[in-house]
Design a protein around this ligand. Structure first.
Ligand code: SF4
Length: 337
């Protein structure tokens, strides 16, 4: 079956101006697939500068790849035109970090939710539009009577973010790109929003790409995870395996910084010093070598391939060079749904 979404060896390089030779590889040869008939929640995790937001922007069609292809239902998204492009715009929706940014303070919630219905001609009457709005609000755990008729400043951050999710849901998306959707919301409300996302996946069959730096929330919401560092996949696999038993030194660094003593982790004895990225220093080898306490000579000579370290787990690290190599194009086979 044709995948819903496919990244084929996608690289994105940003250059600074026409005359400058300075270039930053924001995403480096990433391949992944999301199957149409297996709705899943995939986390893309990493620090600031890891390439996770670039991946989201590429997927939404806001920017184009420097190399490689992004296919939606088998079609290159940069070549979509007419009806196909409208369908893509409807079926791939986004929820961004800032629940305040999309609200015009002069309009009520009703207006925000009515605009997509009118734009995409989703209802034939006002009562049908109201039914769709009520259904979408209920799906994210909001009571229509609590939010309709209100202005943005009369709502909490959590309510606003759930309205954003409801707004996306109105369009009956197949894929939702949630870019740090709870990072600007009170900790007490995060669980409700994450539960809304899980509900959309379970009840409506919507696949979700959950982009975050926060592995705690990823653990609670996702089925699988890809960990990026400076645009490259460092580790990937089942969320349970990667979080409970990380194999790559970078994932270990991320997880060791989480204050959750109940996780039964094998790593944690060796300190890895977190410091600013050292762009440009190790371009020929492993990008993490300048921070890695296990770095060997060969780490600085060529980038490591992905090694299969467990049935649903791969790590790009020479510490596992006795294990089978997994071609980058086969990454998705390591990601459970
Ligand atoms: Fe460290 Fe080498 Fe593994 Fe890179 S490949 S994470 S430098 S041990």
């Amino acid at each position: 079956m044709t995948p819903l979404l496919e990244f084929r060896n996608v690289t994105k390089i940003y250059t600074k101006g026409l005359l400058s030779r300075a270039a930053t590889t924001a995403l480096d040869d990433v391949s992944l697939k999301i199957e149409d008939d297996q709705p899943t929640i995939l986390t893309v995790a990493g620090e600031s500068g890891s390439g996770k937001t670039t991946l989201a922007m590429l997927l939404l069609g806001f920017i184009t790849p420097t190399r490689g292809h992004i296919l939606y239902k088998g079609k290159d998204i940069t070549k979509l035109r007419g009806e196909e492009k409208i369908t893509f715009r409807k079926e791939v929706q986004a929820v961004f970090q800032d629940p305040f940014a999309v609200f015009n303070p002069f309009y009520t919630v009703d207006h925000l939710l009515t605009v997509p219905i009118e734009k995409f001609k989703l209802a034939r009457s006002r009562s049908e539009a109201r039914d769709k709005i009520d259904e979408a609000l209920s799906a994210v755990g909001l009571r229509p009577e609590d939010v309709l008729g209100r202005f943005p400043h009369q709502l909490s951050g959590g309510q606003r973010q759930r309205i954003n999710v409801a707004r996306a849901l109105l369009l009956k998306p197949r894929l939702l790109v949630a870019d740090e959707p709870v990072s600007m919301v009170d900790a007490s409300l995060r669980a409700t929003i994450l539960e809304s996302l899980r509900n959309l996946n379970r009840e409506y069959g919507i696949s979700i790409i959950y982009i975050t730096h926060d592995l705690t929330t990823a653990y609670h919401v996702a089925n699988s995870i890809i960990v990026l560092y400076r645009g490259s996949v460092m580790e990937a696999g089942s969320i349970d395996r990667v979080i409970r038993d990380p194999q790559h030194p970078y994932t270990r660094l991320l997880i060791d910084s989480i204050p959750w003593p109940d996780i039964n982790r094998k790593w944690g004895q060796t300190e890895i010093v977190a410091r600013e990225q050292e762009h440009g220093s190790i371009e020929t080898g492993c990008k993490f070598a300048s921070r890695c306490p296990f770095a060997m000579d060969k780490c600085r000579q060529a980038p490591p391939p992905l090694y299969q370290v467990a049935p649903q787990q791969v790590a790009a690290c020479y510490l596992y060079d006795q294990q089978p190599v997994v071609e980058r194009e086969r990454l998705s086979e390591m990601l459970p749904v």
